[in-house]
Design a protein around this ligand. Sequence first.
Ligand SMILES: [Zn+2]
Length: 299
Amino acid sequence: MKKEIEIVLITFLVFVLVFIFSVYYVSEENKEAISESAVKYETYIHSKDVWEPAANTHKITRTKKYLEQGVSYVPILMFHNVFPVPQNASELTKSFTIDPKLFESMMDYLHKNGFTPITLKELNEIWKGNLPYPKKPIVLTFDDGDKGVYEYAYPILKKYNFHFVIFLITKYTGMHTNFYMSKDEVKEMLDSGLCEVGTHTRDHVNLKRSPILTKIYEIKACTNDVKRLLNYTPTSFCYPFGGFDRDSKEILKAYGYTMAATEIPGLANLKDDPLLLPRIKIDGRENLQAFINKVNLKP
Ligand SMILES: [Zn+2]
């Protein structure tokens, strides 16, 4: 009888130990992230319901006041792919894809009209007063890391010596697919000094709709991927599907990000929250004149 109790007790003890070990093991991946940002959360997590996104300040109605204060506005353009789009492609593909010939004429327009394409890193330095204000600054951003950007847009951007930003979905980078840029292609653009590499989560998830641990994992994982693959520390981010909330913004801050792009339409200015920057979408179905109108938008 005594022996039986002993067996039961030992079995129970072994079970408890295995359980504790497995819980520890599973949580290990996120542990570092949680402790790193835990302090930051404390300051806001309890007042969640009173949070107002700073994005409200993007509203163009407020811009008159800023103009009077001498604040300049910068268009941050949102591109996806640059590729000869087939006639029978879906409307969605057409909208996200710029024909290389049209892209060339867009860049030619910017060149002939004295625009200065800069990266978000440079824009941040300009806003901080560490870099001089260039003539007609504009930011060209490319979401998702589509291969067409390397194959079709990069040679044109290189020709004009234009700076630009790519936002990588890092689970695809280095997978050698026909759709996304390879690690070597990204590295080549980064080494040219023209390209800033930003992140766009590892799995392209809508952070606003994700649980807190997913938000932490997605931001931590894509940041580490870029560090590991390219030996480069990203400081600019782009919210997939434009989905942001205060948690994701605070996590970005905790991981050292200084600039983040949304899909809120409008011009950016230094009064904006730099982690909630508005952008102007460039639609592949529109013509050159529509592009010209967009880059010359006045607040
Ligand atoms: Zn995207």
